[in-house]
Design a protein around this ligand. Structure first.
Ligand SMILES: O=C(O)c1cccc(C(=O)CC[C@H]2O[C@@H](n3cnc4c(=O)[nH]cnc43)[C@H](O)[C@@H]2O)c1
Ligand SMILES: [Zn+2]
Length: 355
């Protein structure tokens, strides 16, 4: 783990970390390829030796040190290049689910960029079969429920938007686990409104709208995501803190932010953790959810992100449990699924506090 958590190592903090490790959780903003652990990356790099990605896990830590957001995307795409066959896709998905289950993640919405795989020659039906096979195996073997968000890699242009919308809305292709439609990649020079027709199609097909916005650009991008793409949650939304009217709107309309603190430092979207606007969000009454984004690439995991948030928001166990319940509330689970995980969080917290 990086020292991004900057937690003091006192007994109370160790206890809080132990509490977090056992707490049932939901993860709403985590990328498929960005979740490949050093072990998975090494295995894939060993399978595909012409790649520039190091197969030595130690060398990976250096490789995963980013100078800025553009450098991060460059490195990200070199890992995408390691996923070449349906078997690679299945391995990645299944192992990501195993890592989530180890952290007591009961439910995760995994952001997948199918365009990046289909344009590299993976057959679309084989791709969908691989993720679905891994999803069913993960639920049966680990008890972790996975759902998919298909995102447009914005910088790849409208061709990628068309392909992603087609894969997400064609009943003969779209996978059963698909619940939402997103937009990722760089924001600078990639205006959100151009993607409106694709989001309209996805929403008409029953998918939820969850674009990234305000990660590397200002609050106007978040407004565009709300007004043009009909966003129901915002990926990151970091720059919303600069616009009090926007914060009030997010709070009033219960539009959750998917906050990923360590990611924002690793990509240099925010300078230091102490400057992270998470406290402004909670103060304004915005529903904050805690997420890990691309955990191994950022030297973190979801448990560490909760510990970071607990420090920044000065939370005890009950406060952390409330954050975990925010994610359940903001998820696209049905009412029964939400109540089950929320009840599990309450039972776990009460037992912990009574012990
Ligand atoms: O796949 C391609 O061929 C391709 C061509 C041009 C551009 C792109 C992308 O921009 C891919 C971006 C990729 O990054 C993912 N991602 C992961 N973490 C984040 C994040 O914190 N913010 C934004 N995007 C992120 C995203 O899901 C895309 O798959 C691809
Ligand atoms: Zn993201």
């Amino acid at each position: 783990m990086t020292d991004s958590s900057a937690l003091a190592t006192g007994t109370a903090d160790r206890d809080l970390r132990t509490f977090i490790a056992g707490l049932p959780k939901a993860e709403l903003h985590v990328h498929h390829v960005g979740s490949a652990s050093p072990r998975i990356v090494s295995e894939l790099a060993a399978r595909h030796r012409d790649s520039k990605v190091p197969s030595d896990p130690e060398a990976l830590a250096d490789f995963f040190t980013f100078t800025d957001f553009a450098h991060f995307i460059d490195v990200y795409l070199s890992v995408v290049d390691l996923i070449r066959t349906p078997e690679d896709v299945r391995l990645l998905t299944y192992e990501v689910a195993r890592d989530l289950a180890r952290q007591q993640v009961r439910y995760a919405e995994l952001t997948i960029t199918p365009f990046s795989s289909t344009r590299r020659g993976i057959d679309e039906s084989a791709f969908m079969a691989a993720i679905e096979d891994a999803r069913k195996a993960a639920e049966a073997e680990f008890g972790t429920v996975l759902r998919w968000c298909f995102d447009i890699p914005g910088e790849a242009g409208l061709e990628s938007a068309e392909e992603t919308a087609r894969l997400a809305t064609d009943d003969r292709i779209r996978p059963e686990g698909l619940v939402s439609f997103g937009l990722g990649g760089p924001e600078i020079g990639v205006p959100r409104p151009q993607f409106k027709p694709y989001f309209d199609r996805a929403i008409a097909a029953g998918l939820h709208s969850v674009p990234h916005a305000g990660e590397t650009t200002g609050p106007e991008t978040v407004w565009d995501a709300l007004n043009e793409l009909r966003a129901e949650r915002i990926g990151h939304g970091t720059s919303s803190a600069r616009d009090p009217e926007l914060l009030a709107h997010l709070a009033e309309h219960r539009i959750p932010l998917e906050v990923c603190p360590t990611s924002n430092i690793a990509t240099r979207a925010v300078r230091t953790l102490d400057e992270h606007p998470i406290k402004e969000f909670t103060r304004a009454g915005v529903l904050v959810t805690i997420n890990s984004d691309d955990p191994p690439m950022f030297g973190t995991d979801l448990n560490n992100e909760y510990a970071v948030a607990a420090r920044l928001l000065d939370l005890d166990e009950r406060g952390v449990a409330d954050l975990a319940k925010n994610a359940v509330e903001a998820s696209f689970l049905d009412a029964g699924g939400k109540s089950r995980i929320a009840a599990e969080i309450d039972t776990y917290t009460s037992a912990w506090l009574a012990s």
